[in-house]
Design a protein around this ligand. Structure first.
Ligand code: PLP
Length: 464
């Protein structure tokens, strides 16, 4: 079979998958055992026809593909895929550009340049900030904190790129309990160490307490410090008070990093933009393309106000990477060397939606989350643990014996097993909760109605 026929056949498989999304179970139906039984063939010693490999792949993974692109998937903060972004992603694989440099991927280099500027405008980040297209928020944090590490230590006379951290003034991180685990991993990877994280108390809503932040910074003296703030935390979508926090941090020469994995996109919406007031005063920002922008995995973006610090942390000259005049070389701003051209899908999505289309996704998802949380909260035996600020909320289910944690987990398991909608659990402030996360462009009012019915049915069956 020639390449063209193989791709047509594959496109038909993809189209069938998308068409069935609305009717198939949202969760998975195959066990790991089922999947292994089909997929774990002995190492092939000889060749197999490409069309058979593709057909088998579709068949053998059946039931093991999580329906996270479905409009009724509300687990984690995952997001779906815009058809236009999927199409651009297919082209990205077809063109197979090595996005490491502007020599190997000139069009990608320009698309990243354009998209980086667009993203800054959309997200309210200063136009002078540098940027990088990374795999996700995890690497965006790592890149931003590496830039912070460079700058804070250089200001104290230490060249971390040359000398490493042994003997350097010890860095520290101040953040709240709302921080995502990926912050801890970035801190570990960068050699700063998780013990260097100090937790600042939050207020009732979980926003950083600015008096405590000030005290924490004061206590550290001149110790180089990175303050990590949340623009939409993963559980309740909490936004820290940026303007005051940034002012305080700057008074103490601290670096402010904003985790806006999904929440930064609120900047596109007139209704929610105020939540980010003052966030433009931070030093670095991390966000995802694969969450609220609904790009396919993987796609993250990092921005650094001090472009020189960003470049100093990553640029490395190799004799064979001849600089092309006046053109940004991608790997000077990225932790990866060879990599995928992530700019094409982002470019396609932003162009297709425009600012208003992105704002529409943000506002629609948030309205859906509000309705879903209110409706579930009104069901007998359910309670709202955290009302959404934007698109994230938390529920719990009340056991007649007072064991609400057990009931909450039982209801979640039943919803997942029934397959009409998918929610996940978490432990939040010491209790088990069901997370409600709406970040898929495809979610409709009908999906919300069906999800509410699914929760009602699961409560009834957990009771029975
Ligand atoms: C998802 C998420 C992350 C991690 O992002 P990845 O893209 O999975 O690396 C970090 N912070 C928050 C708030 C998130 O929601």
């Amino acid at each position: 079979m020639d390449a063209s026929s193989l791709l047509d056949r594959t496109a038909a498989h993809a189209a069938r998958y998308l068409a069935a999304l609305d009717s198939r179970p949202v969760g998975t139906t195959a066990t790991f055992g089922d999947l292994r039984a089909r997929l774990a063939r002995p190492l092939p010693e000889t060749s197999t026809l490409p069309e058979q490999v593709i057909d088998d792949l579709v068949h053998d993974t059946e039931g093991g593909i999580m329906g996270s692109t479905s409009g009724r998937f509300f687990g984690w903060v995952i997001g779906g895929t815009l058809p236009v972004a999927l199409a651009a992603d297919w082209l990205t694989s077809t063109w197979d550009q090595n996005a490491a440099s502007n020599l190997t991927a000139p069009a990608e280099a320009v698309v990243e340049e354009v998209c980086g500027a667009w993203a800054k405008e959309l997200l309210g980040i200063p136009a002078s900030a540098s940027f990088g297209f990374v795999t996700g928020c995890q690497m965006a944090h790592t890149t931003a904190l590496a830039s912070a590490r460079h700058k804070l230590l250089r200001d104290r006379g230490w060249d971390v790129e040359a000398k490493g951290l042994a003997g350097a003034p010890p860095l520290r991180i101040l953040t709240t309990e709302n921080r995502h685990e990926s912050i801890i991993r970035a801190v570990r990877l960068l050699g700063i160490g998780a013990d260097a994280i100090g937790y600042v108390r939050g207020d009732n809503e979980g926003r950083i307490d600015v008096a405590e932040l000030d005290r924490g910074l004061r206590d550290g003296g001149d110790r180089p410090t990175i303050v990590v703030l949340q623009a939409g935390d993963l559980n309740a979508g909490v936004f820290d008070p940026f303007a005051v926090s940034c002012r305080i941090a700057r008074n103490h020469r601290a670096w402010v990093h904003v985790d806006g994995a999904f929440g930064l996109w609120a900047a596109t919406s007139r209704k929610y933009r105020h939540l980010l007031d003052g966030a433009d005063q931070a030093h670095s920002w991390a966000t995802d393309g694969h969450k609220w922008l609904n790009l396919p995995f993987d796609s993250g973006l990092v921005f650094v106000a001090d472009a020189a610090a960003h470049r100093a942390a990553f640029a490395q000259n190799a004799s064979y990477s001849v600089p092309v005049e006046e053109m940004r070389n991608q790997k000077d701003w990225n932790p990866e060397w060879s990599r995928r051209g992530r700019g094409f899908a982002a470019y396609a999505a932003i162009r297709a939606l425009g600012r208003s289309g992105i704002a529409d996704i943000v506002e629609r998802c948030s309205a859906h989350a509000g309705r879903l949380v209110a409706a579930i909260g009104a069901l007998d035996g359910a309670e709202i643990a955290a009302r959404p600020v934007i698109n994230q909320g938390l529920m719990r289910f009340l056991g007649p014996d007072g064991d609400h944690d057990r009931r909450t987990d039982a209801v979640i398991r039943r919803i997942q097993a029934q397959g009409k909608a998918w929610f996940g659990g978490a432990t939040w402030r010491g209790m088990r909760v069901m997370r409600v996360s709406v970040c898929n462009w495809a979610t409709t009012d009908r999906d919300i109605d069906r999800a509410i019915d699914a929760v009602r049915a699961a409560i009834a069956s957990a009771r029975g």
